[in-house]
Design a protein. Structure first.
Length: 346
């Protein structure tokens, strides 16, 4: 409390000024009173003679109210911040937009609707083709692929693709035998293993007969289609391997295969519901093998000629370095191996 005569501050309990000895005065705390804020009332007064309302008790209650108002405002602000964080985290969890890397465009996540899966039956054997929604992506050794990538996966370049279908799994021995009447594979005993020991030319003969049986136009995927699907298409989460950053979760490779192939769909699927895009067997692609170009491309089909055809995905025989989604390989189209098979496109 301030003395109205000398201006010295005193405690609220003081009644006289220590300097002047004069009686301290207090003001009416009620804002609508004509004497509000005027230090004209003696300390002994309990009620304002102007408005008749209590003095000291009201001041305390107003202070308490102000304190509670401040506390409530702080709590409201904290609650708003917490709710905002929760809402943001929920958005990140459920939003399709999840990643934008240095060498990658915006990519997405999510479950593919069942309507994008087409089931084909040939000679009593069913297999699924998954529709891949077209889009633009960066192909090659993007940042998440690691700094130990070799020159043949550079330069990273932009590719735009139209919609297409690709096999949910590698072609199984069951499907191959249903079409061709025989099984060329080295690893047998379970007809859900991927077919292997087939050349690029063998794959063309298989596809020709499959098209005759189904009336469709199956083919091998282009290398760009293969990588886009392996990365998860527009639902990609930017993984190093197809569906995970942990090769053991999605791939049969040298570190876990026991030196043999394994039935398809025994590892985790990628973002599009595709299995074994990393590991199990290499997969023949339509393209001739050639160096990447830096320019943007739309629906590329590779070089017009060459000596080798593209193989993708790595296999049971290779280390996890080979089962990354960017890794590419090539072999002569007549070559066969117990680690090479195929996946259909449409």
């Amino acid at each position: 409390m301030k003395c109205p005569h000398c201006g010295k501050e005193h405690s609220d309990s003081a009644k006289f000024c220590e300097n002047t000895g004069k009686q301290l005065l207090k003001a009416c705390p009620w804002g609508d009173c004509a004497d509000y804020g005027k230090a004209i009332l003696p300390m002994r007064a309990n009620f304002c003679p102007r408005c008749g309302r209590p003095l000291q008790g009201n001041t305390e209650s107003k202070s308490k109210r102000r304190l509670w108002i401040r506390r409530v405002m702080v709590l409201v602000c904290i609650a708003g911040v917490v709710l905002g964080i929760v809402a943001y985290l929920n958005y990140r969890q459920n939003s399709p937009i999840v990643y934008k890397g240095e060498n990658s465009p915006i990519v997405y996540k999510g479950e593919i609707p069942q309507s994008t899966i087409e089931t084909i039956v040939v000679n009593g054997v069913e297999f699924n083709m998954v529709k891949i929604e077209g889009g633009t992506f960066h192909m090659g050794a993007t940042s998440e692929q690691g700094s130990d990538s070799y020159y043949w996966v550079y330069p990273v370049h932009s590719v735009t693709l139209s919609d297409y279908y690709i096999g949910e799994t590698e072609v199984t021995q069951e499907l191959w035998e249903a079409v061709m009447g025989s099984n060329p594979s080295y690893f047998t005993g379970n007809n859900q293993r991927p077919v292997e020991y087939v050349s690029w030319y063998d794959c063309q003969e298989f596809i020709k007969k499959l098209n005759q049986l189904t009336g469709k136009k199956f083919r091998l995927p282009t290398e760009a289609e293969w990588e886009y699907a392996a990365r998860g298409g527009k639902y990609s989460r930017g993984y190093k391997y197809s569906g995970s950053n942990d090769a053991d979760k999605v791939a049969w490779y040298y570190g876990n295969s026991g030196d043999e192939t394994h039935p398809v769909k025994t590892k985790k699927a990628n973002e599009l519901g595709l299995y074994d895009m990393s590991g199990n067997v290499w997969e023949w692609c339509k393209d001739w093998y050639g160096d990447y170009q830096s320019n943007s491309q739309t629906n590329p089909t590779g070089p017009s000629e060459g000596e080798k055809r593209v193989l993708r995905g790595g296999s049971w025989y290779n280390s996890d370095w080979f089962v990354r989604v960017s890794l590419r390989n090539g072999s002569t189209p007549e070559s066969r191996d117990d680690n090479s098979g195929l996946r259909l496109a449409l």
